[in-house]
Design a protein around this ligand. Structure first.
Ligand code: ADP
Length: 408
């Protein structure tokens, strides 16, 4: 068994999150984040698995500078975990959109870079930032390598897991030429998280992926739900963009598209509308309090009606999708809750599960409370469907993907 150290990167337009894993154990050695890249008050925060914390405040002008700061922090004598950059065998990058071409993770080549660039059209907020991270990492590694050993870079796409969804589930009932001309279809996101928790669930339940049906419910700031059959995604709630589907922290999820025209007639611009749907809707928009469920639970307890409506609408939409996904599978075996809300809020899990007994989902309220935010079963012993809470770990999955690509 070959051991490798794999650095995993999640790069946004002004932030860079990183984690270093020892593989194949999946042991997390260090994690950190660079924030406010390009601003005067940028900073890096890092913590080792032993809890040694480092914080550096200094202007970091671009992603290459950020990546250099990351490498220096990992190599830091006192707060780092490596002595030499050559110890890193590979870098795994998160890429949001892989279009129809990528149904699994890939080693990054010039062609892959071109594809990610081309797909920026479909993910203008994410793919260019992901690409900046890839280019910065490649630049820093090529200049820092003294021993001639080449570091491989891999890409894990958020959309890849959902490429198995059949056409009748991914097509919008729009003129077909929109799909042919512009590739307008449902792609789905959060694929790495759904794949990770589905695999963990199969392991926990000692079931083979063949003939097992799962629903994975990822509820964080972004929320999505996926139906999985034979280990393959067969439907998911997000669409062309992450805006479709469930109610989220600040995203509306499903709405009647005619609302957009109605608002344009009322004088809003298309830019204002898309900003509102992505950043000012969801839990935040409905409650006018916060996008954080913890704040809403508190406000609702204090009698805030809008906070209560936001919570109820959120739970109702999840329940509706669970019902819909039960209907597309012969029989449901396992349902998994994950993400910040799915893992932490036993109250939200309880709200969602109410009345789901008619599809075989029986929550054990005590187990649900006791599981906390850890992995565990929360259904009753007699429940036909096994209910699980499984903390997601997209970064570990990315490291696993990079490891298996390198072992090929
Ligand atoms: P992201 O999608 O940005 O990765 P997370 O998966 O970390 O976000 O989820 C963040 C959300 O999880 C927060 O907005 C908050 O609403 C929710 N959350 C975290 N802890 C709790 C908790 N103890 N109770 C209820 N909600 C929680």
């Amino acid at each position: 068994m070959k051991h490798m150290k794999i650095l995993v990167i999640n790069c946004g337009s002004s932030s860079l999150k990183y984690q270093l894993f020892l593989m194949p154990e999946g042991l997390n050695l260090i994690k950190g984040i660079v924030e406010k890249i390009g601003a005067a008050d940028s900073f890096l925060k890092q913590e080792t698995k032993e809890g040694k914390k480092l914080e550096i405040k200094k202007p970091i002008t671009d992603h290459t500078e950020a990546f250099k700061a990351v490498v220096d922090a990992i190599l830091d004598n006192e707060y780092g975990v490596l002595h030499n950059i050559n110890e890193i065998d590979a870098v795994g990058h998160r890429v949001v959109h892989g279009g129809e071409k990528y149904n699994e993770s890939a080693i990054i080549t010039d062609d892959v870079i071109k594809d990610i660039e081309m797909l920026s059209d479909l993910a203008p907020l994410h793919n260019p930032a992901n690409l900046q991270g890839i280019k910065a990492a490649m630049e820093v590694f090529s200049s820092k390598k003294a021993d001639g050993k080449e570091v491989k870079h891999s890409a894990t796409f958020d959309t890849a897991f959902h490429q198995t969804i059949p056409d009748y589930a991914y097509m919008y009932a729009l003129p077909y030429e929109l799909y042919e001309k512009y590739k307008i279809r449902r792609y789905g996101f959060h694929g790495t998280s759904h794949r990770y928790v589905a695999n963990k669930a199969l392991e926990l339940c000692k079931r083979a992926k063949e003939n097992t049906n799962l629903i994975t419910v990822h509820l964080g700031n972004g929320c999505s739900i996926t139906a999985i059959h034979n280990g393959k995604s067969i439907d998911t709630s997000m669409g062309l963009t992450p805006l479709e589907g469930l109610v989220m922290g600040t995203r509306s999820g499903d709405i009647d598209p005619a609302i957009i025209h109605y608002l344009i007639e009322k004088g809003l611009t298309d830019k204002e509308i898309i900003e509102m749907l992505n950043k000012k809707s969801g839990l935040l928009g409905l409650s006018e309090v916060s996008n954080d469920l913890r704040d809403l639970e508190k406000a609702a307890l204090e009698g805030n009606k809008k906070a209560q409506i936001a919570i109820d609408t959120f739970a109702y939409r999840v329940k509706k999708y669970i019902g819909a996904f039960c209907a597309v599978m012969v029989k449901l075996d396992i349902i998994v809750f994950t993400g910040g809300i799915g893992q932490n809020s036993y109250l939200m899990r309880e709200r969602i599960s109410k009345c789901l007994e008619n599809v075989g989902i029986h929550l054990d309220k005590e187990r649900n409370k006791l599981v906390g935010n850890h992995t565990g079963m929360i259904s009753t012993d007699y429940s036909p469907v096994t209910m699980l809470v499984i903390p997601t770990d997209e970064e570990e999955q990315m490291a696993r993907d990079a490891y298996s690509l390198l072992m090929k």
